[in-house]
Design a protein around this ligand. Structure first.
Ligand code: HEM
Ligand code: MTE
Length: 416
């Protein structure tokens, strides 16, 4: 057989559009799949997400590809092989960098900030499945990802009157019944890039993907608090439950946030100390080994890499509770803002967005399938999803979960 040319990964990376030709790698083989893009059963937009790089991270998520006929099809497009140097693993990162210990990430994520890592799934993958695959779940980090040794991990839980518990990971798993809940997390900054088109705003320029859904498993916060001596009638007035993470800034101050004690103790609110995400242990970016999950509430309160839980008459003193994640009326600007006077965001309002087609996309004439998500906020049920002129979307998969969990997706609705 004739010797095929050798290419470096950098050369492959130059082929990302049909105009420059669409190249991908699989193992150490290089393929030019330009002619297949329009024929792809999963759609041309999805195949282009892998253009210029490796197929494996994508195919690992979509098992339809692990069939012999898919590999056979790919073989027809082979144009070369990777250079021997590039077939080997990439060089290790810089160890002086506080973010050098951050975990590897999926290449499909749209990165809004690398250090700290903030990224969202592309819209067309967000509505590919009801539960967002862990690898694609949006990530919102404020600090480097802590490296936690599960064997020596301890969670400190402070109840009233100085009573405290120190729980190992196995104690958390064994002493408390495992509870599972399907819940959506959304960052307060979701869709900020669209707000900026109306009036410039500060902050990460999230598109519509700072929202994701998972099946979380863990101990109920309620059960753990009761074991620490907290009673339903603890204190007069509004008490709070303060959380701290193991991620710290240069001065050693951790990420922190709080929720009202009433929500923490409510059986209905289903607040979790989660150690599982979609049936697997938490990924490092999402809080390994334990995180808080507060359904229906702004993502900022679902503290990751949880190190302490404390019941307190006041909210968390953390910067992120006091001077960030607050809502203001439209007349307030950065000169007149008074963070101390505004309440911290807890529940978020109704949210919905169209994931396909994307703005500006050319679409064929005739009937059109529109995909998107709808979320009710506050853990409430979605009652209806309507199109721009009032036509109602037919709810697709997830209808049952949608009714139960207050989270819906319109898939295939004819919106006129
Ligand atoms: C489906 C090939 C890249 C996502 C398929 C199928 C084939 C195929 C043959 C149909 C399988 C069957 O039903 O038997 C390829 C090839 C690729 C590629 C040759 C690259 C050269 C990708 C990428 C993604 C993707 C990068 C995701 C980002 C999907 C999805 C489906 C699919 C979601 C299922 C469509 C549906 O039924 O909804 N692909 N694929 N593919 N592909 Fe790909
Ligand atoms: N917890 C810690 N310890 N550190 C953080 O930076 N970010 C918060 C929250 N919990 C954060 C955290 C914010 S603002 C959001 S929106 C969610 O985590 C995002 O969770 P995810 O990265 O798993 O999507």
């Amino acid at each position: 057989a004739p010797q095929l040319p050798r290419y470096t990964r950098a050369e492959v990376a130059q082929h990302r559009t049909p105009k420059d030709r669409v190249w991908v790698t699989y193992g150490t083989d290089v393929f030019d799949v330009t002619e297949f893009v329009e024929l792809h059963p999963g759609g041309p937009d999805k195949i282009l997400l892998a253009a210029g790089g490796a197929l494996e991270p994508f195919w690992a998520l979509y098992a339809v590809h692990s069939q012999p006929h898919v590999l056979e099809l790919l073989r027809d497009y082979k144009v070369g092989e990777l250079s021997p140097e590039d077939a080997a693993a990439p060089p290790p990162g810089d160890t002086a960098d506080p973010f050098a210990g951050d975990p590897p990430r999926h290449p499909a994520l749209r990165v809004n900030s690398l250090k700290p890592f903030n990224a969202e799934p592309p819209p067309e993958l967000l509505t590919q499945s009801f539960l967002t695959p862990n690898e694609l779940f949006f990530t919102r980090n404020h600090l480097p990802v802590p490296a936690v040794e599960p064997g020596s991990y301890r969670l400190r839980v402070e109840g009233p009157g100085g009573r405290a518990l120190s729980l190992s990971l196995s104690e958390l798993r064994q002493r408390f019944p495992k509870h599972e809940v399907t819940a959506t997390l959304q960052c307060a900054g979701n869709r900020r890039s669209e707000m900026s088109r109306v009036r410039p705003v500060k902050g990460l320029s999230w598109d519509i993907g700072a929202i994701s859904t998972a099946r979380w498993g863990g101990a109920r916060l309620r059960d753990v608090l009761l074991a620490a001596g907290v009673r339903d009638n603890t204190g007069d007035g509004e008490w709070h439950v303060c959380f701290e993470g193991l991620d710290v800034d240069a001065s050693g101050t951790p990420y922190g946030a709080s929720i009202p004690l009433k929500r923490a103790l409510s059986a209905e609110a289903e607040v979790l100390l989660a150690y599982e995400m979609n049936g697997r242990e938490l990924p490092r970016d999402h809080g390994f080994p334990v995180r808080v999950v507060v359904p229906g509430v702004v993502g900022a309160r679902s503290v990751k890499w949880l190190r302490s839980v404390a019941v307190s008459p006041s909210e968390s003193p953390s910067h992120w509770q006091q001077n960030d994640y607050k809502g203001f009326c439209p007349s307030v600007d950065w000169d007149s803002v008074d963070f101390g006077a505004a309440p911290a965001i807890q529940e978020l309002p109704v949210q919905s967005a169209i994931t396909e087609p994307r703005p500006g996309a050319a679409v064929p004439a005739g009937e059109l399938t529109v995909k998107g998500y709808a979320w009710s906020g506050g853990g409430r049920e979605v009652v209806r999803v309507s199109g721009a002129k009032g036509g109602e979307g037919k709810m697709g998969w997830g209808e049952r979960e949608w009714r139960e969990m207050g989270w819906g997706k319109g898939d295939g609705g004819k919106w006129e």
